[in-house]
Design a binder for this molecule. Structure first.
Ligand SMILES: NC(=O)c1ccc[n+]([C@@H]2O[C@H](COP(=O)([O-])OP(=O)(O)OC[C@H]3O[C@@H](n4cnc5c(N)ncnc54)[C@H](OP(=O)(O)O)[C@@H]3O)[C@@H](O)[C@H]2O)c1
Length: 197
């Protein structure tokens, strides 16, 4: 069975954006969360234009190569300017989870309004045996609450942003994780956890 993973760039104090993210403003004042995508000399084999350090490229490409479909929260979709009609991953179909209609979607994008389980099921089908990536703190938390997440990956950037959108929101109970890989790299530490069941 394909896996469901959440992989986000996150500050040490747990933010996946800086203050004031939004359409046309991206991550707000937290753009340095993505500096490691472009600070190296190893081109990504999956994402055109990304040049990472060698250890980051290894981790990033092995994760990106697993993804066959993505579920993104409505905030991620809007704050990313609707991905210009495409998606956040060059090869993966995009499913946007929302409570509201989204009239301007393209054929590469689909809207799901019936909840996280339906969104992940639709993404899984589209992924054709590959894994499903989740995007957005709200979506990540919903999926953890529903027990639908297999892996949590923190690309931890050494900064305290002091504000922004949190990676994780309140959960009704503890979720135990098992660290399976820790890779220090220039400007970021990659921490891969499995959800313990
Ligand atoms: N640092 C990184 O690597 C990284 C990665 C991804 C995203 N981001 C950033 O993170 C920010 C977004 O995160 P976020 O936590 O604010 O939001 P999010 O998870 O992207 O979106 C939350 C929204 O999704 C919809 N939603 C969530 N659960 C739902 C459900 N069960 N049923 C129907 N709709 C549901 C709701 O939208 P409505 O109620 O409005 O319909 C909710 O307000 C963006 O600024 C994005 O750029 C950063």
């Amino acid at each position: 069975m394909s896996k469901v993973m959440i992989a986000h760039a996150v500050s040490v104090d747990g933010y996946i954006t800086g203050r004031d993210p939004g359409a046309g403003r991206g991550l707000g004042d937290g753009t340095m969360l993505f500096d490691w995508y472009f600070d190296g000399d190893t081109p990504s084999q999956v994402f055109d234009g990304f040049r990472l350090s060698e250890p980051s490229a290894r981790v990033f490409d092995s994760l990106a190569g697993r993804v066959g479909a993505i579920v993104a929260g409505r905030n991620t979709y809007e704050d990313s300017d609707r991905f210009g009609g495409g998606g956040p991953h060059p090869a993966a179909r995009l499913f946007v989870l929302s409570h509201r209609p989204a009239p301007e979607m393209t054929e590469r994008q689909a809207l799901i309004t019936t909840g996280i389980a339906d969104a992940i099921a639709a993404a899984r089908e589209a992924a054709g045996g590959q894994d499903v990536g989740l995007m957005g703190g709200g979506v990540a938390t919903e999926a953890l609450r529903a027990g639908l997440v297999d892996e949590v990956i923190l690309h931890q950037v050494p900064i305290l942003l002091g504000g922004g959108r949190p990676f994780f929101q309140a959960l009704p109970e503890h979720v135990r994780l098992r660290l399976v890989e820790a890779v220090p790299a220039p400007g970021v530490t990659h921490l891969r956890y499995e959800v313990a069941r």
